[in-house]
Design a protein around this ligand. Sequence first.
Ligand code: KIV
Ligand code: ZN
Length: 514
Amino acid sequence: MDRVIVFDTTLRDGEQAPGFSMNTMEKLEMARQLARLQVDVIEAGFPISSDEDFEATRAVARQVGTLDNAPSICGLSRVGLADIDRCWEAVKYARKPRIHAFVATSDIHLKYKLRKSRAEVLRASVDAVRHARAYCEDVEFSPEDASRSDFDYMCDVLSATIEAGARTINIPDTVGYAIPREWGERIARIREKVQGLDRVVLSVHCHNDLGQAVANSLTAIMQGARQVECTINGIGERAGNASLEEIVMALRTRKDFFGIDTRVRTEEIFKASRLLSHITGVHVQPNKAVVGENAFAHEAGIHQDGVLREKLTYEIMRPEDIGRPSNKLVLGKHSGRAALASRLKELGFSLAGSDLDRAFKAFKDLADRKKEVYDEDLMAIVTDEATQSEALYELDYLHVISGTGVVPSATVRLKKEGQTFQDSGVGDGPVDAVLAAIDAITGLKGRLQDYSLRSATSGKDAIGEVAMKIDFDGTVVSGKGASTDVIEASARAYLSALNRIARSSSQRMKEVGP
Ligand code: KIV
Ligand code: ZN
């Protein structure tokens, strides 16, 4: 059967959206799950964009790109030669490295963003692809803002980059402007007009600004595209990218219509979706297709009645097709380290050594406080530990006084590089008081922009997961924390955001210092 290459850009386009940033450790956990999902290509980052992105891309190439049956590991690069060099330095460790070079081809971008002529952009594209091909065979080229680019000029750039050695030509609807029929026609015309296109893989990369990303991707497949760029849960710039799970399940469920499949192991979809939510602290909307909480819930009596008689009445996919578990009890107080490690591995976390020690301690603490420990609890504590693991400041002690008719106050003790620091604060509520105490210790002042609290599972003893967005002097960072005590979870979330800022400023101090 004909097959579509699934190119996942959760760790690049997805990660660059506000509130979705991931550190290296988090990207690695996610990349391992993407490998289990059997995507064909993981775009792991944009190496020239920051040292952190470079490190994360390199870590994914080294640790995930070298596994048996590893997906290709791709890095994004502008068409500058130095960018390509940096990209190669990060991806070269993978068994199957890919360099993805892009440059805008629309007149709007040329005039206002690049301030370059069409001829200059064409030349830079060809030079970049040739330069990348000197490093590796697998080179992809994208004309950014393709849906608003002059068609003939864009086709000239594509023909020239194929001639220069590009193996994949990716057509991005960067601003989510395209409408399915029009987009399908554009893809068909590109196939006709671009020279050498029959020798390369044609790909699409659709954004969701008008809610058409998945429809546009599927239409492009019908017109001969054989790679789709997409993300888990549809995360990405602005309204996001095309959602991987929706494209894959549409192709699978409607094989009769498309006659095309992917290599994706769909039973890993649900885990990938939940892992991403835990890592980023951003939860999917309940009615999200395929992975939303309600995607398989039949509420109306008449529907329930039908499903009880015969599932086919209202179910076009089965929960087990995407690996959606019944929320079963997984581990208890007496479970050992090996059982925890093995369950965590199944959930996408390969922990060993001190990381496993810390997770095991957190698990034991949790099992003492909470009778029943579910997969969602384990994911909450492990992602919480992972966020705190590279911490500059760690929470050591917390005492809060709050209630009706009392001024809420908090005393907090933090550990930093082996030393402890204590201070107190008052606020409008207990969370505000805790944050004030932390600010007093660290000397950093964060402004809370967004706060959400959700329970990982049901029950009064459930773990509370807090996600925050904090503005530190104009830089907005997200943080998350988990605990059965929601005030402690809030303190941990604030600290995880603050640690991102504190780490990068201490790094800058080292770089600037003697
Ligand atoms: O949306 C876009 O145009 C991109 C390119 C870098 C492919 O993300
Ligand atoms: Zn994009």
